[in-house]
Design a protein around this ligand. Structure first.
Ligand SMILES: *Cc1c(COP(=O)(O)O)cnc(C)c1O
Length: 575
């Protein structure tokens, strides 16, 4: 019997395509927020019995394991993992044409089990078959590895291979193909061929979520490379008028997806507006991201919720009742999480932290626009603030993409600043930021700091994880935080609400304009830390504990993937 038949393919209505998926820490097929969001979305599909199926690539060599040497250099260690520990290999195979060769693709299925037992299968596509040429066997080996041609081949497997695999697995009732970012956009060409170039029919099937105003986040490929890889499947020369082929002669995957999708959205309200300006010829909606609550709430807080809000795992909205929980229970659950985090740090790195000291956490991909070093811009001022109004500890974590020299330099800079702070402020850079460490961090620190250049943080999700755990956010007004902050109630903002930015096709300009705000933002950050945050933490603990409860109640109950998935179902999938 085909083990896959237990998923009753004819019932499936939504196919969710994502280049990366983060389901559990042991499966290294994600690099950051995009993948975690995909994993959390699939989990909420399962919890809410949304008849969906996920499609991604396997990455047998995963995304790298990060070590940091004593000079602050990032060392990338390959990871190997065995999919058969988590997934079942299907017997069905499809072929995709790459550079004129037929490349065989197989699929592993991972069952995402929902809280009621409803299961959403996720297909992990894999080209590592003996029948393939050695270089083709490597196509699904590395996440975000290799050159442009390698990446394009991966997108051929994801888009064409994925759509074809769904077809031979008898998914003939699909009503929505959701492209989580443009990486899967080639599937639109597969659908155009399948439906005799009936654009309206294809558009009615396609949903596209764009995730970033950062130019590097929008895949483009040299057209000659595309022609060479796709051969006779390349027949959209006439789509130049839609920007699918840009003025530099590059295939733009974002425009390919935009052109073929009826429903298009950004991932927070502000990001929807920015995207609308970037792509004025399309109608762009916004659905704010979320997190899968059950995945991200730490054990000690889960125990408190269990005793006061028994249905919180099924019903994320029920978290609003957190206002009824005695504050001391929330505080003690948080302190338990903090001790666990510190025990982990002590055991792993031999550094002891003090659980009574206000601890700031900053953990995310080390990408320049996230401005990880803003907090360290004036270490003398930071030391003075810490000595005057209390004490301070700082935890950093985050990987730089292997090809991102700027990101790696940031890690070194933080490392060096740590040396300057050493005696006054204890600071640790925790290597290898992953789902496992993220959960420790978002629940165990007291303040979750985020300092992106506006408006480049499309949404951000780690702050939502912190909020659901009662951890207070301190963030630049960008992405989800514009919607989540109530000053002095759920946390604190950094810098002004609006900055003058250029958008439109010149998305490169956004960053340059925002850089002028570094000094302003840093000043505001230091001022609030000194005059509001430290005094509140050390001298007005009851107010602090109230803020923790407000975070769970106001932000945990809204910024979750249950709410988000419900919006996709209502607004995008079944229209
Ligand atoms: C949640 C998460 C992210 C995304 O966090 P952002 O705030 O969006 O940067 C990245 N990496 C890991 C491991 C995460 O758990």
């Amino acid at each position: 019997m085909n083990p896959y038949s237990i998923y009753t393919p004819q019932d499936r209505k939504v196919a969710y395509f994502s280049m990366e998926v983060g389901l559990q820490p042991e499966i290294p097929t994600y690099s950051g927020g995009l993948g975690i969001l995909a994993g959390d979305t699939l989990k909420s599909f399962a919890d809410l019995s949304v008849p969906a199926i996920g499609v991604t690539l396997l990455y047998t060599k995963g995304y790298f394991h990060q070590e940091i040497d004593s000079d602050g250099n990032q060392i990338e260690v390959p990871v190997e993992w065995d999919p058969s520990n988590f997934m079942t290999l299907l017997t069905e195979k499809v072929t995709v044409d790459i550079e004129g060769r037929s490349v065989l693709v197989q699929a592993w299925v991972y069952p995402v089990k929902g809280i009621t037992g409803y299961t959403v299968p996720v297909l992990f596509l894999d080209t590592n078959l003996a029948a393939n040429e050695p270089e083709d066997r490597e196509i699904s080996a590395y996440l975000y590895g290799g050159d442009e041609r390698y990446r394009l081949k991966q997108e051929v497997v994801l888009g064409f291979g994925g759509a074809h695999m769904l077809q031979i697995l008898d998914h003939d009732n699909l009503q929505a193909y959701h492209m989580n970012e443009g990486h899967a956009a080639l599937l639109t060409l597969e659908l155009m061929d399948r439906y005799q170039q009936d654009l309206d029919k294809v558009k009615a099937l396609c949903v596209f979520t764009t995730h970033t105003p950062v130019p590097a986040g929008h895949d483009t490929f040299d057209v000659d490379t595309v022609r060479d890889v796709l051969r006779d499947r390349f027949h959209f020369e006439d789509l130049g008028h839609s920007n699918i082929i840009d003025t530099d002669g590059r295939l733009n995957m974002t425009y390919l997806a935009l052109y073929h999708a009826e429903y298009i959205n950004g991932v927070a309200q502000k990001h929807g507006e920015i995207s609308q300006k970037m792509f004025p010829e399309y109608r762009i909606d916004a659905i704010t991201n979320g997190i899968h609550i059950r995945t991200w709430i730490c054990d000690s807080m889960a125990a408190v919720l269990d005793s006061h809000i028994p249905n919180w795992r099924q019903d994320s909205y029920a978290l609003r009742n957190a206002l009824d929980i005695p504050r001391v229970e929330i505080w003690e659950a948080h302190q338990a999480a903090k001790r666990e985090l510190f025990d982990f740090i002590e055991a792993q790195y031999g550094i002891s932290m003090d659980p009574d000291v206000l601890t700031i956490g900053f953990a995310r991909r080390a990408a320049a626009y996230k401005r990880a070093t803003l907090l360290l811009r004036d270490t003398e001022r930071l030391k003075k603030i810490a000595s005057r109004s209390g004490r301070l500890q700082i935890l950093y974590s985050g990987k730089a993409h292997p090809a991102d020299a700027e990101g790696k330099a940031l890690i070194q800079e933080i490392h060096q600043a740590g040396g300057q702070l050493n005696d006054d402020i204890k600071m640790v850079y925790i290597p290898n930021y992953d789902m496992y460490r993220a959960k420790f961090l978002v629940s165990g620190v007291d303040i979750w700091l985020n300092t992106p250049m506006r408006p480049l943080e499309a949404s951000g999700t780690s702050g939502m994880k912190a909020a659901a755990n009662g951890v207070v956010n301190f963030s630049v007004l960008d992405g989800w935080w514009i919607e989540g902050y109530i000053e002095g109630v759920t946390g604190w903002s950094i810098g002004p609400r609006r900055v003058k930015t250029e958008t439109g096709p010149a998305i490169h300009d956004v960053r340059e304009t925002s850089a002028a705000y570094d000094a302003l933002d840093a000043d505001d950050l230091y001022g609030k830390l000194e005059h509001q945050i430290l005094p509140c933490f050390y001298e007005d603990r009851s107010r602090w504990m109230n803020m923790m409860a407000y975070n769970i109640a106001l932000n945990g109950s809204f910024f979750n993937t249950h709410r988000m998935v419900a919006q996709y179902v209502l607004e995008a999938y079944f229209q």
